[in-house]
Ligand binder design. Structure first.
Ligand SMILES: [Zn+2]
Length: 265
């Protein structure tokens, strides 16, 4: 009888110790950042970069049901800088490039229903344009907890620019967003994912705290740079169920995550 009790005690201790380890280690290979563009039933603009609302909801529900939690970008930045930060067991970031109106109409209600936050990268000249987000929508989404970041003023390939032209593309979208949202926009994403040392320098000089690329894989504080953050693009053709298995296992291998920038907006 005594032996049984000791065995049960031992099993309980093992369960607690191993359980705690599993819970604490689920982002040890890095934090995933997903990249979306359109969320719409109309794929006539950019078919590959358009995920239907039903599919987006399915993907968000899979993440939610598996225990993923969206973290504020500031927590990702702190983690990348090796600063003390408290993270959930399964942290993730959801991002959108280009600022399409369907992000508000279709993605936003789904994000809210999951209690997920997200980051949307805006192109300056498109704010308040047809089929793009309006200032009012940006403000409403900001009030909920969606973060807005810069994606240049005119969506040019920034690696072809230098000097004043480059500083205008990187710096003026920051000022514009800061005016609209009333908080300082400090995140940037490189148009088409294209960057070089000059664009990197311009992003740092403009005062951004982090920048997102389309390099595939997870973001590890030990291996990656906060100005070259990796993102996993989600296309209409992405086998999300297969990708989900990798995400849920915190699998750093990237065979499924390759990106083709020529097809990106
Ligand atoms: Zn873009």
């Amino acid at each position: 009888m005594k032996l049984w009790r000791q065995l049960i005690c031992l099993l309980m201790v093992l369960y607690i110790v191993l359980g705690a380890n599993v819970a604490a280690a689920q982002y040890q290979n890095g934090i995933p950042v997903l990249l979306y563009h359109h969320v719409s039933d109309d794929s006539s603009d950019l078919p590959k970069l358009t995920v239907t609302p039903a599919e987006f909801e399915r993907q968000m529900a899979m993440l939610k049901n598996a225990g993923f939690q969206t973290i504020p970008p500031g927590k990702l930045i702190a983690y990348m800088r090796d600063e003390p930060v408290t993270l959930p067991a399964k942290p993730i970031l959801i991002t959108f490039d280009d600022g399409y109106e369907d992000n508000y109409a279709n993605a936003f209600p789904i994000l809210k229903s999951m209690e997920f936050r997200a980051v949307i990268f805006m192109v300056g000249v498109n704010l308040d344009r047809d089929k793009r987000l309006s200032s009012h929508q940006v403000q409403e989404m900001s009030a909920y907890g969606i973060t807005f970041g810069g994606h240049s003023v005119t969506h040019r390939d920034l690696t072809t620019l230098t000097g004043t032209a480059l500083n205008h593309e990187v710096g003026d979208i920051k000022k514009k967003l800061t005016n609209v949202t009333t908080y300082e926009a400090d995140l940037f994403s490189y148009p088409y994912g294209y960057f070089n040392l000059t664009t990197w320098d311009a992003v740092v000089a403009a005062g951004y705290q982090a920048a997102f690329t389309t390099l595939p894989g997870l973001n590890s504080s030990k291996q990656d740079n906060v100005y070259l953050l990796r993102r996993i693009p989600i296309y209409s053709t992405t086998d999300f169920s297969a990708l989900f298995i990798l995400l849920n296992a915190n699998q750093p291998k990237t065979q499924l995550l390759e990106y083709s920038p020529e097809s990106a907006e």
